[in-house]
Write a protein that binds this ligand. Structure first.
Ligand code: FES
Length: 905
C-alpha cells in the first residue's frame, strides 16, 4: 500500500486492524502520542489531507494514498508553523505531552473557529495547564520574554525544551526504537478478593512470539510497597511483584512477554486461572469493624501494618491542650462529617518503562518516574542485587501529579529483561491507569469546631478515615500530612485528632497533588464557614481572626516541628487580594432569570514547602566553552524544574540561561535526589543548585584572582567572562588555564532539606447555581498565592492554573465510582469526566509580595498547594447561594438538584 507521511512516499502494509497512531509511531513519527486510544484526549491528532483526525480511531489503511501530516511535518522549509511559534511564545504547555495534538488541531482553526474554542477544542485534553495558556497561544498572546544575563530570576523565560516540544522532537519514554524489543502485558483479576488456586499456561505459551510467562511462582518472594520514598519504612511491605492472592479488581495475576503487544495480549487471554473467591470489603468503616475479611493477615511482613486484624494500616492519635475543655469553653460548636471521593491523576502519558541490558551486565531502566533514585534502590532490594547494578533514568515525562511516585512497572520489565536478555517495554493502557494505578484517597472527615462569641476558636477536633484500598502505598504519609498543615493553619489552643488509614478491596490509592491536605482542607474550611454562620460573622473575618501569623508556634497535634518556620508570610495579602477581586464586579454577570442563584466563597490553605528529610545534591561544571553543566537528580515532568533551576544557576553565576545546560533525573549522570514530589523541585533542588553555584562562583573568582592578580573584590563574574576594571578574562581561557594546572572547575553541594518554610493560598469563587438543574456556572475565579519571590511568574501562574483545573474537576465533575463487586465504572477520560477546555474558566491569579528567608533566592513552592482551597471555596460559594451545606463531593448537578429538591418538599 502507498503512503505519504510528512511529504515522504513509501510502501507499507499495516497490520490487520492497525490504527494510524501505532502505524505512524512504528515508522518513527513519535510526535503522534498515545493518551487514551479511545478518541477522547486528542494527543494522537494528525492531519489527513490537511484535516485533523484522532489517529487512534483511524484505521491505517484509510490513510492509503492520502497525505498524512504529524507535528514533525508541520514546519515548512525549516520555518515553524505560526501555531508552533504561538505555543512557544505563550508557553502553552507544561509536560508537553498533549502539545503535539493540540497544535495539530489548533493549527487548522479559522478566525471563526477561534470564536468558539469550547466547541472546537472538545477533542483535545490538557491535564497540566488549565487551558488558559493554550487559549492565549491560539489568540497570539506572547508571554515569554528575553533573558537578561545575571538577572533571569523573576522573568518569564521559556522552557528550554520548548522548541523540541512544539516541533515533536521532544522524546518521552516510549519514543524510542530498540532492536529486539519485547512487549509485556498483564492479566488482571476479575475479582475483588480471591486466592489463585492454579494457573494453566499451556495455551498461552503456544501463542507465536511468546517468550515468557510469569506468575507468582516465578517472581522473587520479597514483599515491598509500591510507593517510592527514600525511607522505605514509611510503607508497609504488603505487595509482591505477583502474588497468589488478589485484593482488588484489576490486580495483576500474571505477566506475558512477547514479540508484540498483540501476542502478549492474546496470551494473557488464554491463561486459565482457577480462583477461590474470598469475601471482600469496600467500606473503610466496615473494614475496621472487626467483622470484615482481613486483607493482609498477620505474618512476618505485616510488622509495619498498625493493626492488621482491623485492616488498619496506620492510625494517628494526638492532642494539644484539651479538646474536651475547649468545647466546654465554646459559645458555639459546629460538628459535621464531610466526605471526599477518589480522583485519577489522568496525566496524559501513561506509566511506561523500557528495560535493557548493557554489555557489562548492568540493567538500564528508562522510565516515566518522579523518583529515579528511590526506584533504583527498590529494584536493588527486589532483585537482591547491588543498587548500582541498575541505571534508572527519564528522558521526558508526560505528567505525574504524584502518580509516578510509585514503582508500577519497572520491576516486571526488569524481571522480563533478566529472563530473556532482551529489551522489554511495558506501556499501561488508559484503562489500566484507571483500574490499576493509584488515585487520590477517598476521605471521611468528622470535624468538630468550637468558638467564643467573638470568633476565637476554643477547640478543633477531627476524626479522619482514609480509604487506602488494597495496599498501603502512601497510606501513612498522606494521613499524617492531611492532619498537619490543615490544622496548623488555624490558631487554637486545643486540637485533637484520631485518624485511620484503612485497607479495602479497591484499587490502591496513592500520592496525588495535595497529598491528603486537599481532603481535610475541604472539611475544615467548610466547617469554619458554617461556624461563621452560627456566630453570625463574616466567614472571611472568622478566618482572619484565627489564622496563624508570624511569630506563632506551628502546632498541629504534635509538638512544634523542629525545622518548619514561617520564612515569609503573605496569607494576609492573599486574603486581601481575593476579597478585593470578588468585590470588584469583574467576571461574568449572573445569568438572567429567577432560576439562577448567586453566591461567593473563599477558602485558604497552607503547605510545608517540602516533606521532612528530603535531600538533593547538585553538581555544576564549568565547560571548556565557558558554559555550565548543572547536574541534579530532580525530575522534570511538567513541573518546570528545568526552567527554574536554570534561572537560579544563571542568576548566581551572572550569565544568561543559554549558558546553562541541565542534566536531570539520571542515576548515572546526576547526583542523588530523594525524588521530585511534595513541592521540592524549587525549594530543595533549587537550594542545592543555589548553594553549588555560589561555591563555584567563589572558586572561579579565586582562580581569576590567581591568573590576573586583580584584587578579588574587583572581579565580577559575568556572561562568559570575568571583568576587572576595563579588562576581562574569558571563562574559556580560565578553564584552559585551570585544566593546564590540573585543576577542575566544578562544585558539588547537598541540600539537606531543612529548614523548611511554608507557602499560602487563597481561592475565591463567585458562582451561579441553577435551582432547577443543579448546574454550577463559575462566574469569577480568583486565586492568590504566597510563593515568596516568584522565580518565573508565567510558569508559576501556569502551575496554579493547572492546579485550579484539577481542583475544579475534582470538585464538580470527576468521579471514580465502583459497583458492588468493586469494579470501577467508567474507565475512560470521557466517562470519568476529565475537564475539557469548556469546563475551566479563566482565573485571576495574584501573587503576594514576599521574599522568603529560607527558599532559594526568596522563592517558595507553588506547584502542589493551589489545589487545596478549590473545593471548599466552591462549596462555600454554593452554600452562600443556596443556604445549604453540601458535605460531600463532587458538587455535580444531580447531587445539587437532589438536595435542592429535598428542600422544596
Ligand atoms: Fe497538556 Fe501536560 S501540557 S497534558
Amino acid at each position: 500500500m502507498s503512503y505519504k507521511i510528512n511529504g515522504k512516499n513509501f510502501d507499507a502494509e499495516p497490520r490487520p486492524g492497525q490504527c494510524l497512531r501505532t502505524f505512524a509511531r512504528d515508522l518513527g513519527w513519535f510526535g503522534v502520542k498515545k493518551g487514551c486510544d479511545a478518541g477522547d484526549c486528542g494527543a494522537c491528532t494528525v492531519w489527513l489531507d490537511g484535516k485533523p483526525v484522532h489517529s487512534c480511531l483511524t484505521p491505517a489503511f484509510r490513510a492509503e494514498g492520502r497525505e498524512v501530516t504529524t507535528l514533525e511535518g508541520l514546519a515548512c522549509n525549516g520555518e515553524m508553523h505560526p501555531m508552533q511559534k504561538a505555543f512557544l511564545n505563550a508557553q502553552a504547555y507544561q509536560c508537553g505531552f498533549c502539545t503535539a495534538g493540540m497544535i495539530m488541531t489548533t493549527a487548522t482553526f479559522t478566525e471563526e473557529d477561534k470564536k468558539d474554542l469550547p466547541f472546537h477544542l472538545k477533542g483535545n485534553f490538557c491535564r497540566c495547564t488549565g487551558y488558559r495558556a493554550i487559549e492565549d497561544a491560539i489568540n497570539g498572546v506572547c508571554h515569554v520574554v528575553e533573558d537578561l544575563p545575571g538577572k533571569s530570576v523573576g522573568r518569564n523565560l521559556g522552557n528550554p525544551h520548548g522548541p523540541a516540544i512544539v516541533t515533536g522532537q521532544a522524546h518521552y519514554t516510549g519514543d524510542i526504537k530498540m532492536e529486539g524489543m519485547l512487549h509485556l502485558k498483564v492479566l488482571r483479576s476479575p475479582h475483588a478478593h480471591a486466592r489463585i488456586v492454579a494457573i494453566r499456561r499451556d495455551k498461552a505459551a503456544a501463542v507465536p512470539g511468546v517468550h515468557a510467562i510469569f506468575t507468582w511462582e516465578d517472581v522473587p518472594r520479597i514483599p515491598y510497597g509500591t510507593g517510592t520514598h527514600e525511607d522505605y519504612r514509611v510503607e508497609p511491605d504488603d505487595t509482591y511483584i505477583l502474588d497468589n492472592v488478589v485484593r482488588y479488581v484489576g490486580e495483576r495475576v500474571a505477566a506475558v512477554v512477547a514479540e508484540s503487544e498483540g501476542a502478549a495480549e492474546e496470551a494473557c487471554r488464554l491463561l486459565e486461572v482457577d480462583y477461590e473467591v474470598l469475601p471482600a470489603v469496600f467500606d473503610p468503616e466496615e473494614a475496621m469493624s472487626g467483622k470484615a475479611p482481613i486483607l493482609h493477615p498477620k505474618d512476618a511482613f505485616t510488622s509495619r501494618i498498625e493493626n492488621p486484624d482491623l485492616n488498619i494500616v496506620r492510625e494517628i492519635h494526638g492532642e494539644n491542650g484539651s479538646a474536651e475543655q475547649g468545647f466546654k469553653e465554646a459559645d458555639e460548636v459546629y460538628e459535621e462529617t464531610f466526605e471526599t471521593h477518589r480522583q485519577q491523576h489522568a496525566q496524559l502519558e501513561t506509566h511506561i518503562s523500557i528495560t535493557y541490558l548493557s554489555a557489562d551486565g548492568r540493567i538500564h531502566v528508562r522510565t516515566s518516574t518522579q523518583t529515579p533514585f528511590p526506584t533504583k534502590s527498590k529494584l536493588g532490594y527486589l532483585f537482591s542485587r547491588p543498587a548500582d547494578d541498575f541505571h534508572v533514568y527519564t528522558e521526558r515525562v508526560g505528567g505525574g501529579f504524584g502518580s509516578k511516585q510509585e514503582t508500577l512497572g519497572e520491576e516486571l520489565c526488569v524481571l522480563a529483561t533478566l529472563k530473556t536478555g532482551r529489551p522489554v517495554k511495558w506501556e499501561h493502557t488508559r484503562t489500566e491507569e484507571f483500574i490499576a494505578t493509584s488515585s487520590r484517597h477517598a476521605f471521611k472527615v468528622r470535624v468538630k469546631v468550637g468558638a467564643k462569641k467573638d470568633g476565637t476558636l476554643t477547640a478543633l477536633q477531627l476524626r479522619v478515615l482514609s480509604n487506602t484500598g488494597a495496599h498501603g502505598n502512601h497510606a501513612g504519609d498522606t494521613l499524617g500530612h492531611s492532619i498537619n498543615e490543615s490544622l496548623t493553619l488555624l490558631r487554637c489552643a486545643n486540637k485533637k485528632v484520631d485518624a485511620y488509614a484503612v485497607y479495602t478491596n479497591l484499587v490502591p490509592s496513592g500520592a496525588f497533588r495535595g497529598y491528603g491536605i486537599t481532603q481535610t482542607c475541604f472539611a475544615i474550611n467548610s466547617a469554619m464557614n458554617e461556624l461563621a454562620r452560627k456566630l453570625k460573622m463574616d466567614p472571611v473575618a472568622l478566618l482572619r481572626k484565627n489564622v496563624i501569623i508570624p511569630g506563632d508556634t506551628l502546632l498541629s497535634i504534635w509538638g512544634a516541628p523542629a525545622d518548619v518556620e514561617i520564612g515569609s508570610y503573605g496569607l494576609d495579602q492573599c486574603m486581601d487580594m481575593v476579597e478585593k477581586a470578588l468585590a470588584s464586579g469583574r467576571g461574568t454577570p449572573k445569568p438572567e432569570g429567577d432560576d439562577w442563584l448567586e453566591g461567593k466563597g473563599m477558602a485558604i490553605s497552607m503547605l510545608d514547602c517540602a516533606p521532612p528529610l528530603q535531600r538533593s545534591e547538585a553538581r555544576v561544571d564549568l565547560t571548556a566553552e565557558g558554559a555550565y553543566n548543572v547536574a541534579v537528580g530532580a525530575t522534570e515532568f511538567g513541573n518546570g524544574t528545568v526552567t527554574t533551576l536554570r534561572q537560579i544557576a544563571a542568576t548566581i553565576l551572572g550569565c544568561g540561561v543559554n549558558r546553562i545546560t541541565i542534566i536531570q533525573a539520571d542515576t548515572d549522570k546526576a547526583p542523588y535526589d530523594t525524588g521530585t514530589f511534595g513541592s521540592v523541585g524549587t525549594t530543595i533542588s533549587g537550594t542545592a543548585v543555589r548553594m553549588t553555584c555560589e561555591v563555584l562562583k567563589s572558586q572561579i573568582l579565586a582562580l581569576a584572582h590567581r591568573y590576573t592578580d586583580a584584587p578579588i573584590e574587583t572581579l565580577a563574574l559575568g556572561d562568559g567572562d570575568i571583568c576587572y576594571g576595563d579588562k576581562s578574562l574569558s571563562l574559556s581561557d580560565l578553564f584552559a588555564r585551570a585544566t593546564k594546572d590540573g585543576q577542575r572547575v566544578n562544585a558539588t553541594r547537598k541540600c539537606a532539606g531543612t529548614a523548611r518554610t511554608v507557602s499560602f493560598n487563597a481561592q475565591g469563587f463567585r458562582i451561579a447555581v441553577n435551582r432547577i438543574t443543579g448546574k454550577i456556572e463559575i462566574l469569577q475565579s480568583v486565586h492568590a498565592a504566597d510563593a515568596g519571590a516568584v522565580l518565573n511568574p508565567m510558569q508559576c501562574r501556569g502551575q496554579i492554573e493547572g492546579s485550579l483545573a484539577q481542583g475544579i474537576g475534582w470538585t464538580l465533575f470527576e468521579r471514580m465510582t465502583f459497583n458492588d463487586k468493586g469494579e470501577l465504572m467508567g474507565q475512560t477520560f470521557r466517562n470519568s469526566r476529565i475537564p475539557s477546555f469548556a469546563d475551566i474558566p479563566r482565573s485571576e491569579v495574584f501573587f503576594a509580595d514576599t521574599y522568603d528567608t529560607i527558599g532559594p533566592l526568596g522563592a517558595k513552592a507553588m506547584s502542589e498547594s493551589p489545589i487545596n482551597p478549590i473545593a471548599p471555596a466552591l462549596a462555600n460559594a454554593l452554600t452562600d447561594a443556596t443556604g445549604l451545606r453540601f458535605t460531600s463531593l463532587p458538587l455535580s448537578p444531580d447531587r445539587i438538584f437532589a438536595q435542592l429538591a429535598e428542600l422544596k418538599k
